[in-house]
Design a protein around this ligand. Sequence first.
Ligand SMILES: Cc1cc2nc3c(=O)[nH]c(=O)nc-3n(C[C@H](O)[C@H](O)[C@H](O)COP(=O)(O)OP(=O)(O)OC[C@H]3O[C@@H](n4cnc5c(N)ncnc54)[C@H](O)[C@@H]3O)c2cc1C
Length: 415
Amino acid sequence: MIDKRPALIARCEGALDVVNSINFARDNSLLVSVRGGGHSISGKSVCDGGLMIDMSKMNSVRVNQRASTARADGGCLEGHIDREASLFGMATTGGIVSHTGAAGLTLGGGFGRLCRKFSMACDNLISADIVTADGTFRHVSGDEYADLLWALKGGGGNFGVVTALEYQLHQQDPMVVAGDLVFGWDDARNVLAYYAEFGNQMPDELNMNLTILTTNDNERRIAIEAVWAGKPQDADKVLADLRRAGKLLVDSVKPVQYTQFQTRHDNSNRHGVRQYMKSSMVNDFSEALVDEIIGLYRPDPMSKFFFMQAGGAVARVAPTDTAFPHRSAHCNMMRWNAWFEKETMQQRADRIADVRADWAIVESYTHGFYVNLNDDNEKKTLANYGPNYKRLVAAKNKYDPTNLLRLNANIKPTV
Ligand SMILES: Cc1cc2nc3c(=O)[nH]c(=O)nc-3n(C[C@H](O)[C@H](O)[C@H](O)COP(=O)(O)OP(=O)(O)OC[C@H]3O[C@@H](n4cnc5c(N)ncnc54)[C@H](O)[C@@H]3O)c2cc1C
């Protein structure tokens, strides 16, 4: 869907390349886009006619075992961090597709299979190196430029190009107990109601992402991906009630290597897959929303509802402690359609219209959106950041007063 042509692509190999790129773009009034893993749903990491700063060659990770931290270059993918941390029996929250860029994901928030246990990726960001719009390299931490570190934890790519991120790591058994619990459509209401009511009462070590999908033989299913990152012997006890929420058609939950599980959706989300999606936070997963979803979902193997769970440690951070404000979210709800390259323009338009029509119905049950998935909604960005918007504008005024970095969920400078 995204077909833009930058005039120049700077394939940076270090912070100095980034400084030179930023200075060159500013001095020549070029539009700038910043590319990490290239997962921007709305295509913001590429631009027409401007300078694309490509960070993908900067991808090394170094773990400090003694301090339980990892320093990741600004172009690292999630998988780079997962793998290096696992060498030392540690982990931090990363996304559910291993080729997502760590910087893009973390700067907007960062949900993942460990976020209920270790909180969001942004909450684990201890310090960062950044080149701000004036071309200055800065190391930001709790002691230096603390206002900027706060803004990076949810404020997206608004403030500069991040050349390195330092994460808190945590002890984590490399083996987790994980897999899918798949139920038939007859049980959809019960399973969804169970997820809505009890999902966030589960221990923090359990993460449940729920998908409503259609099999290739056109049967609707409701699938919960369960990841238990606690003591393996406790998994069955924790999952017992969920397993009884309906008739199980598939139960693939078993001990598995965490880093391997983190790649399970890599291929279905490979670069080039055509998708259109809408997403927003659900705070109150009401019975009415369950009814709407059950009523709306028509059998179609290329169509899905997806719910990425929050709660647990995510909810114990105050909305103003970081720029990411959505701490009361039960989950992040997504509705999407995919299609093949061979589909006609009309079929593609129909698939997009289909998502929009469903979204028009369920959107009223949501409370704000995730800027990493929905960055085109400039009008609503202010309200979305709620109590944090004023502080974000202050940081934008200080570090990017001319809005050089504007291909993002844009915080408009006021100076
Ligand atoms: C298949 C898929 C799976 C996903 N899974 C998850 C998930 O599990 N959890 C979750 O929370 N989100 C998830 N997301 C959303 C994801 O967090 C955002 O799309 C994120 O922006 C991706 O970052 P990126 O570096 O890969 O993307 P890019 O397209 O490279 O960059 C997106 C934006 O991030 C900013 N950016 C990237 N790198 C830098 C940098 N070094 N310095 C400054 N700004 C930078 C820029 O503003 C850029 O426009 C997923 C998206 C996709 C497509």
